[in-house]
Write a protein that binds this ligand. Sequence first.
Ligand code: ATP
Ligand code: MN
Ligand code: MN
Length: 302
Amino acid sequence: KTKHTASTRAESIQADHFALTHPDRIFWPDIGLTKLGLAEFYAEISDWILPHIVNRPLSLLRCPNGIEGERFFQKHAWAGMDDAIQRHEMNGEELISIRDIDGLIALVQAGALEIHPWGSTLDKLEQPDRITFDLDPDEGLDWQDVVAAAFEVKDRLAALKLESFVKTSGGKGLHVAVPITPKRQWDEVKSFTKGFVERMAKDSPERYTASIAKRSRAGRIFVDYLRNGRGATAVAAYSTRARAGAPVSTPVAWDELRHGVRPSQFTAENFVRRIGVRMNNPWDGFDDVSSLRWKGENVRSE
Ligand code: ATP
Ligand code: MN
Ligand code: MN
């Protein structure tokens, strides 16, 4: 179980091991966080983030001049891309991925301030191995409503014998993630999640909606299942967000959530302290719940 323990590789990054150009470039002016600072953060937590991003197609939010400069989503290789980032030609489309910390640092070098992986791996591109329910609250809703929604998703999944894990988005909401056996096609998985959310909305129409339309979201939580389509992404666990304060999409224990975690409380700046306080990864076991993994048998019963 060594792969989930915190490591301290920040020192090796100071040495010339990782070649960063412009290490002092400021990515988050509001807190003065630099390119080197971001690389140090990722080096520190590499054992935690890498299992969620390696060998998966990636979509990057690149902000070469920091959060206040130009930004663009990048899904394909680019001219001058570092060798530590792989380019693939698969099923008629071009994809990019990384396989290790060198790849991760190359993403930092490229100004990728957010890392968004697919819910499937390159080995089984067409069969997702994780589901994400993305809870998007309408403005004005209480945080407690979002927390309650996450617990409701968890309980409904548990009734299907599925174990789920929760993280802050680093934005306004929460993401509930479910490891599944990579066996069903994207279409089947998406329709399972659609049915799941439609049932939730039917049972509590005053609280939830399965529709992305603005009007139906008024005063409700949009339980966004659209992250589960082929080519869709959700921000990676432990990725930073390109917004003020450098919030991190942070896995939390369900108990922690119950006791008052806030969405923007975890940042690249204060994260190392969190590792010190709680050495264990709240998502330990994410890859070990195969006995409970959804294999598709519940599709039709939903
Ligand atoms: P919040 O909690 O504020 O909703 P979020 O990351 O869940 O944060 P959403 O707008 O709900 O933000 O989007 C969910 C996911 O959809 C993102 O994490 C991202 O992976 C993907 N996404 C959103 N917009 C784009 C885009 N323009 N291009 C590519 N992917 C996107
Ligand atoms: Mn969201
Ligand atoms: Mn969403």
